[in-house]
Write a protein that binds this ligand. Structure first.
Ligand SMILES: [Zn+2]
Length: 258
């Protein structure tokens, strides 16, 4: 068996043995964190920051609208579909993601924990009203300064993206949920995440301190590689498509109706 195949079989074995497999995916499943526009060294951190929204709102929205639309127009990739299939088959319990593109949900994954939220909606912090990204052009065109404002009667408060911006804490409920899932996992799988930004970079330490096996798949080495049971140094897409196929074959062989 060549190394490439051995890694896939080892992951399939680990997933098959587990009863509560939790998967964490990076900023852009199917690509490196670095390739994503929301990466920590990218423009997003300067122009799409909380500070930008608060101090230069017109400039912020000028930058944010086209970028958010680009992200929202992405389509689920084979890796998203493979993960959704594994979840449907009962092999993967939960998915936690750092991505803001909502592709896991669109691929069919359920109860996805989005620790950064996503780019598909806006919200009013005064009255709680939510708006879709598609409403943004109209809201901006209706404002002299290009800053979208709440249209609730008597509100008019400047809107903000519903997701987390650079420079502000992650969504507390989502982070708490992620920690809970990590504690309950009996297998923790990291896909295409560099594990460099706190607090999510600390998440794999939760299963590790409990003796829960860790699987890491991705092109970029991480600080946890030496503690992992399986490390596959490749983009997760091809690996997870193969793992899903392996488990599909095993499931059909073991199914009495097959
Ligand atoms: Zn409002």
């Amino acid at each position: 068996m060549v190394d490439e195949e051995r890694g896939r079989v080892a992951i399939a074995d680990a997933i098959e043995r587990s009863r509560n497999c939790v998967v964490l995916t990076g900023l852009r499943l199917g690509g490196s964190d670095e390739s994503d526009i929301t990466h920590q060294r990218g423009e997003w951190t300067r122009k799409g920051s909380l500070e930008g929204l608060l101090t230069r709102p017109a400039e912020f929205w000028e930058y944010y609208e086209p970028v958010a639309n680009l992200i929202a127009r992405r389509e689920p990739q084979p890796a998203h579909l493979a993960l959704a299939e594994l979840q449907r088959a009962g092999h993967v319990r939960s998915v936690i993601t750092q991505a803001v593109d909502r592709l896991h949900a669109r691929a069919g994954s359920e109860d996805v924990v989005e620790v950064h939220g996503n780019v598909i909606s806006l919200r009013c912090d005064r009255c709680g009203e939510r708006y879709g990204l598609g409403e943004l052009p109209g809201l901006r065109a209706g404002a002299e300064d290009g800053v979208p404002r709440c249209t609730t009667e008597g509100c008019g408060f400047p809107l903000r993206p519903a997701g987390t911006l650079w420079g502000e804490p992650l969504i507390a409920d989502a982070v708490e949920k992620a920690w809970q899932l990590a504690r309950e996992a009996d297998l923790f799988v990291v896909l295409d995440s560099e594990l460099r930004t706190v607090p999510i970079s600390l998440l794999p330490s939760v299963p590790l301190t409990q003796g829960t096996p860790l699987v890491i798949v991705g092109e970029v080495p991480t600080q946890y590689d030496r503690y992992a049971e399986v490390v596959v140094r490749e983009p997760a897409a091809g690996v997870m498509v193969d793992v899903a196929a392996l488990l599909r074959d095993r499931d059909s062989e073991s199914s009495p109706s097959a």
